[in-house]
Design a binder for this molecule. Structure first.
Ligand code: SF4
Ligand code: SF4
Ligand code: SF4
Length: 258
């Protein structure tokens, strides 16, 4: 946190030499917000558009019954005046009527992102972030039975499941480890809040940071969309080795174990 603050202070100092107030403030705020990821309330539109659409009125903050949301100030790592939350301190408790989202006057928080086909609010459609587990600091990976994050999850056995893994130390027991399911996790952060170790071993990251991206050149032949892509590639690069069927590749044991 100290380093983070220092970095932001340096940005402010550096830009301070350049010129007038508006430029200093605007540029510094942008630099500060780009420096560290922030978690937005349910229904937030993509970050780039959110920063433009949010008029910093604070209505979402006012209506949150759990005081989860805060408006970023100069000391925070977020875009000044915009709402965010820190799950380790206070997570989002997923109000079923999503008052923060419905109060937003500009659609920076877009209620349609939380609605089902009948336009009924389904707060479990939230994608505020994605939980990730740091193996080295999660005591479940040491063989200690800890299910605090699993038990606290409002989507228990869906967003987090427990899976058995052989305990390599005792060779007799099994570790019961938490596994996150990214398609279900809402990013509410209740797990991060509940984590028993000193610095949470499970953390919520913005989805775009937490998720990887395979790229076009890997193809799952069991996935229809991928298979279509492969056909298209095959048509345009008939001699390209990279687009051989991935199923052939997986089945080609000799090549793997020679
Ligand atoms: S859903 Fe409820 S707890 Fe979560 S941020 Fe909105 S008002 Fe606060
Ligand atoms: S953030 Fe944690 S508690 Fe919330 S849905 Fe995801 S796994 Fe469950
Ligand atoms: S609460 Fe923390 S330490 Fe316990 S299993 Fe979950 S992530 Fe691991």
């Amino acid at each position: 946190m100290v380093n983070r603050r220092k970095a932001i202070e340096n940005i402010f100092k550096g830009i301070g030499i350049l010129g007038t107030g508006g430029l200093i403030w605007g540029t510094a705020a942008k630099a500060a917000s780009d420096l560290h990821p922030v978690l937005r309330p349910p229904g937030a539109i993509p970050e780039h558009d959110f920063k433009k659409a949010c008029i910093k009125c604070g209505k979402c903050v006012e209506v949150c019954p759990y005081d989860t949301l805060k408006l970023a100030n100069v000391d925070d790592d977020s875009f000044i005046g915009t709402p965010y939350f820190e799950p380790r301190k206070t997570p989002c408790y997923l109000c079923t009527d999503a008052p923060c989202t419905t109060e937003c006057p500009t659609n920076a928080l877009d209620i349609t992102k939380l609605q089902d086909e009948q336009e009924k609010i389904d707060i479990n459609k939230s994608k505020m972030g994605l939980a990730v587990v740091h193996k080295e600091s999660c005591i479940a990976f040491w063989g200690i039975q800890c299910v605090a994050c699993y038990r606290s999850c409002p989507l228990i056995s869906e967003a987090i499941t427990l899976e058995y893994e052989k305990n390599e130390v005792t060779k007799k027991h099994a570790n019961l480890i938490p596994v996150i399911h990214s398609d279900i996790c809402t990013g509410c952060g209740i797990c991060e809040h509940a984590c028993v170790v000193e610095k949470a071993a499970i953390k919520i990251l913005p989805v775009e940071l937490a998720e990887g991206e395979v790229g076009d050149h890997y193809i799952k032949s069991w996935d229809k969309n991928d298979e279509n892509r492969m056909q298209e590639k095959n048509a345009s690069h008939s001699n390209d080795k990279d687009v051989e069927s991935s199923l052939d590749y997986l089945n080609d044991e000799n090549e793997l174990f020679d």
